[in-house]
Write a protein that binds this ligand. Structure first.
Ligand code: ASP
Length: 702
C-alpha cells in the first residue's frame, strides 16, 4: 500500500496535534518532543544556517560537507589542502577550531503574540507599526536573555502580523572540525549534479562542540572539554528500503506558500532573474580569477559555491513556476476566495484585501531597481558592507540598548564585530573593484533622485564610464578597512567621526546613507501594511478552507515526514530512490567534478561491502530520495526511520523540488540525503576513521 505524502513542515508546537501512529511511526510522540523530559529534539542542532545532529555523548555533530565548507576552507592552505584532500583528526587535540561557527539547541518556546500586537495603536502609520513590532521583539528578547544568561532569545514570526513565538536557544561557540571527506567525494558531481537526482555525493562531515570545564558555554579555549548533549541520535546501519517511512527534524529556512499571486509574480518576473544574472556574472569572474593560484581559489571558494547554489536553485524555481503556472493558479484560487468574501457580510471589510496587497507589490516593482542595487552593493563588496555595518553600529549604539537593532545590542555586539573581522580573510581587492564597478554601472540608470550622489557629479560628463572606474579605484586605494585593527577602531567610534572621516569607503557610504534611509522607510511602510493585510487574509482563508494552517518555514525547528519514494520528473522517465556505489563508477571521468579518488575506485572494485551492503541492490547505497517537505536550512538534517534511528543525512532536493519554497507537490517534491551506510562504509574503508565509528557506537566500529 502506498501511503499518501503530505505537505507540512510542522513546528514543534504542532507535534502534539499530529497522529503519528497512523502515519506509521513506531515511536511515541513524546520520544520526539517532550517539554518535560529529554527527547530526540535535544539531539538536533542548528549549525549556522544549516542543521546537524549529535551522534555521540561527546558533542560530535554530523552535518553536511557543504555546511562545514567555510571551516574546511579556512583551515586549508595550498600546503595543507583539507578541502581537496579531506581531513581526519586522528586524536581530539588535532580537531581544528572553526571560528564563526555557532551551534544552537532549541530549549523552549512561548507564544508572545499578545505582548507584541497589543503595542500597536489604530492611529499608527504602517511604518510606525513595523517599527513598534521590531521594538517589542527587541524588548522581549533582551528581557528573556537577562533571565537566562548564555542563552539566546529569538522571536520568530510564525504567521505574518499574527503569531509570534519566543524561542530560547542554548548557544555553543567553540566548534571544531573533526572530519571531512575529500572534495571529490563531499562535492562529487559539483554544480552539474547539484539540485539533481540521481545523486552520488558524500555530502557529510563531522564537527564537535566544546564547553568550559565546568560545562558552561565558552569561546574557544584549548582547556575546553567536549559538550555532553542531553540526547544523541542512534545510528542504524540496517538502512532503508523503498516506501519505508522516514522523518526529518531540522531548521528549514524560508518558504512563501501563504503569499499571494502578486508576490510570486514579483519574484518570478523581477527578483529571481535579476539575482541569477548578477551571480552568473560574478561567478564567471571569480572562476577566472581562481585559475591564477590555489590561494586565490581558496579565497573565492565559499562565495562561488554559495552563489552557484542560489543561482541554480533560482533557475529550477523559475522553470517550476512556469511549468506549474503558479501565478495563474493562485489567481484562480484568489478569484474563488474573493467570491467567498463577497458572499458573507462578515468579511465586508476585506472586500478589496487582495487588491490592496497587489497595490503594494506594484509599488515595490516601481522601486525594484533601487532596492536591488542598494541591497546587492554590500553583497558585491565586503569592504562596502563593512563600512555600512560600522556606520549603522555608530548610530545604533547611541540609542538605549533595548531600542537598538539586535546585532548592535550590548549582548550581540562583540559577535557582530568578530564576524566582520572574519570576513576580511576573503577580501581580494581586484574582485572588489570589478564587482563594485559592475553594480555601480547599473546604478547609473537610476532616476536622479535615487542615484548615489557621487555618480551624479559625472553622469552627464563625456566619459562617465572612466570616471566611475576611477572613483571605484580610488575608493579601494584610499580605504584602510581591510585591516583588522582599523575595523576594530571604527567599531568604537561615534557618528561624528564618520562625518569627518578620511577613509574613502566610509566616506562613500556616508554619502549613500540618505538613500539607505529612504529605502528603509519604504520597506517599513510596505512590511507594516503587508503584515496587517496578511493577518486579515489568513483569517479569511482559514474560514474559507476550514482547516488548520501550517506556518511558512522561518528558520525554526520543524518536523516533516514522508517515504523513501521514486518519482517521475518527465514523460517516460522514472527515478529509483536509492543510488549505489556503481553510479560513482559510472559517473567518474577523472575530471572535476567527477574525479573520484583512485583508491575509492579500487575499494568499490573489490566490492567488500560487509554489513553496509544493500542486499537487493548488491552494493552500498550512496544516496536516498524521499518525499518529505524540506527547504534550504534542512541541509544537515538527520533522516530517521520509523523507530527514530538515524538512517540518512539530508543535503538537497531534486531540481523540480526547488519550487517547494512556493508550493509543495506530491509528484515533484523530493528531498535527497546521503545514506548513512555510505558514510559509515567510507569512513571505515577509505579513511579508517575507527576512533569516530567507535565513538558513535557503531557495532564493529573498532
Ligand atoms: N541544498 C540545500 C541547502 O543548501 C538543501 C535544500 O535546499 O533542500 O540548504
Amino acid at each position: 500500500m502506498t501511503s499518501h505524502a503530505r505537505e507540512g513542515m510542522f513546528p514543534i508546537s504542532e507535534i502534539p496535534n499530529l497522529d503519528l501512529k497512523k502515519a506509521g511511526f513506531e515511536i511515541e510522540k513524546d520520544e520526539i518532543y517532550n517539554p518535560e523530559n529529554t527527547s530526540l529534539l535535544d539531539a538536533i542542532v542548528k549549525v549556522n544556517g544549516c542543521t546537524g545532529s549529535f551522534v555521540s555523548s561527546q558533542g560530535l555533530i554530523l552535518t553536511n560537507h557543504h555546511c562545514a565548507y567555510g571551516a574546511i576552507r579556512r583551515a586549508s592552505t595550498p600546503e595543507h589542502d583539507y578541502l581537496a584532500d579531506g581531513f581526519y583528526a586522528l586524536t581530539r587535540d588535532k580537531e581544528i577550531p572553526a571560528p564563526g561557527f555557532r551551534v544552537r539547541i532549541t530549549r523552549s518556546y512561548e507564544d508572545v503574540s499578545d505582548r507584541i500586537l497589543s503595542a500597536i495603536k489604530e492611529s499608527m502609520s504602517w511604518g510606525e507599526r513595523s517599527e513598534v513590532i521590531k521594538k517589542q521583539i527587541n524588548i522581549i528578547e533582551t528581557q528573556a536573555e537577562k533571565k537566562h544568561p548564555g542563552w539566546r532569545a529569538e522571536v520568530s514570526e510564525m504567521f505574518s502580523g499574527k503569531t509570534y513565538l519566543l524561542f530560547m536557544y542554548e548557544m555553543l561557540n567553540d566548534v571544531r572540525l573533526v572530519y571531512a571527506p575529500p572534495r571529490s567525494v563531499g562535492e562529487f558531481g559539483g554544480e552539474i549534479d547539484n539540485w539533481m537526482w540521481p545523486r552520488h555525493t558524500g555530502d557529510f562531515s563531522f564537527m564537535r562542540v566544546y564547553v568550559a570545564p565546568d560545562g558552561s558555554p565558552a569561546e574557544y579555549d584549548p582547556e575546553n572539554v567536549p559538550y555532553e548533549p542531553k540526547r544523541f541520535a542512534r545510528i542504524s546501519s540496517q538502512g532503508v528500503q523503498q516506501e519505508d517511512l522516514v522523518f526529518l527534524l531540522g531548521y528549514p529556512g524560508r518558504t512563501y506558500r501563504h503569499r499571494t499571486s502578486s508576490f510570486v509574480a514579483y519574484e518570478q518576473e523581477l527578483r529571481m532573474p535579476a539575482v541569477a544574472e548578477l551571480y552568473d556574472w560574478q561567478i564567471d569572474l571569480m572562476d577566472s580569477l581562481s585559475m591564477e593560484s590555489r590561494e586565490l581559489a581558496l579565497k573565492h571558494a565559499s562565495r562561488i559555491k554559495g552563489r552557484a547554489n542560489t543561482m541554480k536553485n533560482y533557475r529550477g524555481k523559475l522553470l517550476g513556476l512556469e511549468r506549474l503556472d503558479l501565478v495563474e493558479k493562485k489567481r484562480a484560487e484568489e478569484k474563488l476566495l474573493k467570491a467567498f468574501i463577497a458572499s458573507d457580510p462578515q468579511w465586508q471589510e476585506d472586500q478589496d484585501l487582495l487588491e490592496k496587497i497587489e497595490a503594494i507589490y506594484n509599488e515595490k516593482q516601481d522601486y525594484f531597481q533601487f532596492d536591488f542595487i542598494l541591497s546587492y552593493l554590500p553583497r558585491s563588496s565586503t569592504l562596502f558592507s563593512i563600512a555600512r555595518t560600522l556606520h549603522t553600529a555608530a548610530q545604533e549604539r547611541q540609542k538605549p540598548d533595548d531600542e537598538r537593532k539586535s546585532a548592535y545590542t550590548d549582548r550581540r555586539y562583540n559577535e557582530t564585530i568578530d564576524n566582520l573581522v572574519l570576513r576580511l580573510k576573503t577580501v581580494h581587492l581586484p574582485t572588489e573593484k570589478a564587482f563594485l564597478k559592475h553594480i555601480l554601472t547599473q546604478a547609473t540608470d537610476l532616476p536622479d533622485s535615487l542615484r548615489p550622489k557621487r555618480l551624479n557629479t559625472f553622469i552627464h560628463s563625456p566619459h562617465p564610464k572612466q570616471q566611475l572606474h576611477a572613483l571605484v579605484d580610488s575608493l579601494l586605494e584610499h580605504t584602510e578597512l581591510h585591516q583588522e585593527s582599523k575595523v576594530r577602531e571604527w567599531s568604537a567610534l561615534p557618528p561624528t567621526a564618520f562625518k569627518s572621516s578620511r577613509d574613502a569607503m566610509i566616506d562613500f557610504y556616508v554619502d549613500l546613507y540618505p538613500l539607505y534611509e529612504k529605502l528603509e522607510k519604504i520597506e517599513n511602510a510596505h512590511s507594516g501594511a503587508l503584515d496587517a493585510y496578511h493577518a486579515q487574509l489568513l483569517d479569511v482563508q482559514m474560514a474559507y478552507q476550514d482547516q488548520r494552517f501550517i506556518p511558512d518555514a522561518n528558520g525554526t525547528l520543524r518536523l516533516t515526514y514522508g517515504h523513501i519514494r521514486s518519482y517521475s520528473p518527465r514523460d517516460a522517465v522514472h527515478y529509483h530512490p536509492i543510488s549505489t556505489l556503481q553510479g560513482i563508477m559510472e559517473k567518474t571521468t577523472g575530471l572535476e567534478p567527477f574525479d573520484t579518488p583512485s583508491r575509492l575506485l579500487d575499494l568499490i572494485d573489490i566490492a567488500d561491502y560487509g554489513r553496509f551492503e544493500h542486499k537487493a541492490l548488491n552494493s552500498v547505497p550512496v544516496c536516498i530520495l524521499y518525499d518529505t517537505d524540506t527547504t534550504g536550512g534542512n541541509s544537515g538534517s538527520p533522516v530517521f526511520n520509523a523507530r527514530g534511528e538515524l538512517v540518512g543525512l539530508n543535503f538537497d532536493r531534486a531540481f523540480e523540488a526547488t519550487i517547494n519554497d512556493y508550493a509543495w507537490s506530491a509528484d515533484y517534491s523530493r528531498s535527497i540525503g546521503v545514506d548513512v551506510r555510505y558514510i559509515l562504509w567510507f569512513m571505515q574503508s577509505y579513511s579508517h576513521a575507527h576512533r569516530l565509528l567507535q565513538e558513535m557506537e557503531i557495532p564493529g566500529g573498532s
